[in-house]
Structures are given as C-alpha cells and as structure tokens.
Design a protein around this ligand. Structure first.
Ligand code: GYE
Length: 406
C-alpha cells in the first residue's frame, strides 16, 4: 500500500507545482496535520512552517460568522494539473450523484485529471444521492487498498465510523466541496471547497445594493422565498444561513417560505409551484440555492404567467441563483436570473496538487477555500461589501459565457 508521505517514491518538484504547494502551505499552519503516516507529515511540520512564514501574503485571515478561519484562496481554473511521475496512484472518489450541471462538471473535471497518462488510476463511484452508498464506497475503497480516498460528502454528518475505518487502514482521505463535521478532525487530511456562507452573503449584499437602486421599492415589503438545496449539505447550510441572517437585518424583508428543492430542476419547479399557490404576487424575490433549481423556478413562473426580472415595481420576480454554470449564465445574460454567484466545480487540478503535496509529506492547511466571482447583467451594482471586504460584480457578456469552462 502506498500512503501519504511515503518516501520510497520518486519526488517530483516542478517549479509550477512547487509554487502551488507553497501557496497551499501559505496559511492555516497549525490547523491540524494531514492524516497520512503521522510521523512523516507531522515531523516535517517545522520545515513547512518556515516556508509558510516566508509566504504569509499568499493567504488571508478573514472573519466569518464571528469565528476566525484559516483560509487560502486560489484560482482553480489557473491551477495546472500535478502529474504523478512516480508509481501510479489509485484514487477512490466517492461522488454524490448527477443532480446538477455543477455536479456533472465536477465529475468531468475529476475524470479529465486523474487519468493513467497523468499517473493515476481513478475508481469513480456514483452514490446516486444516497449517503449510505458513499459509506459503502469508502469501505470498498478500503478493501481495494487505494492510495487516497476523495469524498464529496452529501451531508455534513454521519462520517465518523467510515472515516475512522479509512484511517485505521492508513488511507488518507481528502474531503472536497461539501464539508464533514466529525468529532476528530484528523479523520481527514484536507478539505478544499467553497465558502458557501460567503456566497450567500454576497448574493444578499447584491440584493440589498440592487434594491437601493429602485426608488419605487424603498420601504416596500420585499417578500422572499428560499428554494433550498439538499438539507444538511454544506452548500445548503451556508446559503440558507446567509439569507436568514440578511432578512433579520432588513425590516422590510420578509422570508415567506423556505422549502427544499434538493438541487434538482424538477423539484425546484414543484416547490416554486407550491410557493406560488401559497403566496402568489407577494413573492418579489426567489433566492434559489443553485442553477438547476432556478431553471425549474423560471418554468414555474412562466407557467403562472409571471415574469422573471429586476423590475420589481412592475411586478417582476427577481431570481437569485448560485453556481454560475453556462446555462445559468445564459439566463443571467437574458436578465431572467438577476445575479448568479459562482461556485466552481473544477476540482480535479487542485486535488491532484494536494495529492502530490501529501505525497511529499508537506503540511497543508486543513481548510482551503476557492475564490469565486459573481455575475449579473443588471449593471447597476458593480461591487458588494461583505464583512468589510469588497467584492466585484462582473457584468456578464456573451464572450464570457462562450469562454466558460462549465
Ligand atoms: O451548488 C449544486 C450541487 O455542493 C456546491 O451541489 C455543491 C452544490 C452545487 O448539486 O448545484
């Protein structure tokens, strides 16, 4: 069995790769060692700490929800693949399913990167939206004696025993996209994904700024409905929390209904149909927690003879979405989605870099966040502010959509 930090393998340090490893090591030191053979990773902690301190500008500490989180921001799209030139590594990847454009893009990214030409053997397991299948997959990976397990966990809870089994077998686990809440954080080596709360905060900050540009809506009641993603998934938790908190801060915002659409189009439509029956024209804003559900929401609005758009005073319904997948952006360009906050699914390259870093025994930050964009074609809001930080709003163009990777 090959495991993280094993020194028997040939070490490869390409300049670009090294840069990324250093970037990954640039902050969050001391946030917990990786779960490979502890001797290697922990013993080498000092070494990486020194490297980190010389690179302290590459990450930033940011206040989120009153808690300081170590964070590293990097651009996934700009990260080249780390090719493994050592003995082939077997990677067991437990994917949630195929519920959304986002999910399909993330699977494709994994398959493009973890090829035998790149030095990997990918065992891809599709859990078809069932956590029990993911747990089964982890056990199968252990049985197959894989070198690494990558888990995109459907929900945050329920992972302690299967991750403990992986740990007992000496197989490092990398968590990607959604998070796990486990008693012992050392049950996994690294997590890399999006700051879902920040995504939600940015969407709400955009709404606040946009409403300020509509004099006719000043002090008017703003009825909001939240079409949620899969319950207990990190993306749902963070995005739902953000809108709940934003509503508390605005006297005239009212959260009329919160319903789960499971991140899928058909359910998004169903939920919206019900909400329209219950609240009709009291709905001014649909806060929809991913693009696919937004496509369903738009269908429901159209069927009800309502128009999606930013002109609230004349009865249009403003639709907010997340992911910024190509079709979502097309609808944003048409103005049907008012603002689409990016969530980047192209994890393959950065995961390959994380694996190569673990192979070298580098200590990595426990939590790694991706930097993300926000798109709108209603050009009135060009920037939002969240917790004192400014974030640009990208004015969408056809060209941007054409060059979109997913
Ligand atoms: O937003 C949604 C997908 O976990 C970030 O899951 C991911 C979410 C994404 O199905 O489209």
């Amino acid at each position: 069995m090959l495991s993280a930090g094993s020194c028997g393998r040939k070490r490869l340090i390409l300049p670009a790769f090294l840069a990324a490893v250093l970037l990954l090591s640039g902050c969050g030191k001391g946030s917990g060692g990786a779960d490979g053979p502890p001797d290697t990773l922990q013993d080498r902690g000092e070494e990486t700490t020194e490297l980190s301190s010389s690179l302290s500008g590459s990450g930033k500490e940011e206040e989120t929800g009153g808690k300081e989180k170590p964070r590293t921001d990097f651009h996934m799209n700009e990260e080249p693949i780390a090719v493994n030139r050592g003995e082939q590594l077997t990677i067991g990847f437990s994917q949630i399913g195929a519920e959304s454009d986002w999910r399909l893009a993330s699977s494709a990214s994994m398959e493009q990167v973890f090829t035998s030409d790149n030095g990997y053997n990918l065992i891809f397991s599709d859990a078809q939206q069932k956590q029990e299948n993911q747990i089964k997959a982890i056990r199968e990976f252990i049985g197959q004696d894989v070198d690494y397990i990558i888990l995109d966990p459907m929900t945050e809870y329920g992972w302690d025993s299967s991750l403990q089994e992986a740990r007992d077998a000496g197989i490092p686990v990398i968590i990607v996209d959604r998070e796990v809440k486990v008693e012992d954080e050392d049950l996994y080596a690294v997590w890399a994904g999006s700051d879902f709360r920040l995504e939600g905060d940015r969407a709400c900050a955009w709404l606040e700024a946009y409403l300020e540009t509509l004099p006719a809506m000043k002090d008017q009641k703003i009825g909001i409905v939240d079409v949620q993603g899969t319950l207990d998934a990190s993306a749902q938790i963070g995005r739902s929390e953000a809108v709940r908190e934003a509503v508390k801060k605005h006297e005239n915002w009212e959260l009329l209904a919160v319903e789960c659409g499971d991140f899928v189009q058909a359910k998004g439509r169903e939920v919206m149909e019900q909400m329209l029956r219950d609240y009709g024209s009291r709905i001014n804003v649909v806060y929809c927690e991913n693009d696919n559900m937004a496509y369903g929401v738009l269908e429901a609005l159209e069927n009800a003879g309502m128009k999606a758009g930013g002109d609230l005073a004349s009865g249009e319904v403003l639709v907010i979405s997340f992911d910024a997948a190509r079709q979502g952006l097309e609808k944003t360009l048409q103005g049907e989605i008012a603002v689409d906050t990016e969530c980047n699914p192209l994890y393959g390259p950065i995961l390959s870099r994380i694996i190569m870093a673990l192979e070298q025994g580098d200590e990595l930050p426990k939590r790694n966040y991706f930097e993300e964009k926000q798109f709108s074609s209603l050009g009135t809001v060009t920037e939002t502010t969240v917790n004192g930080s400014a974030y640009p709003v990208v004015l969408l163009t056809e060209e941007l959509i054409q060059n979109r990777e997913y």
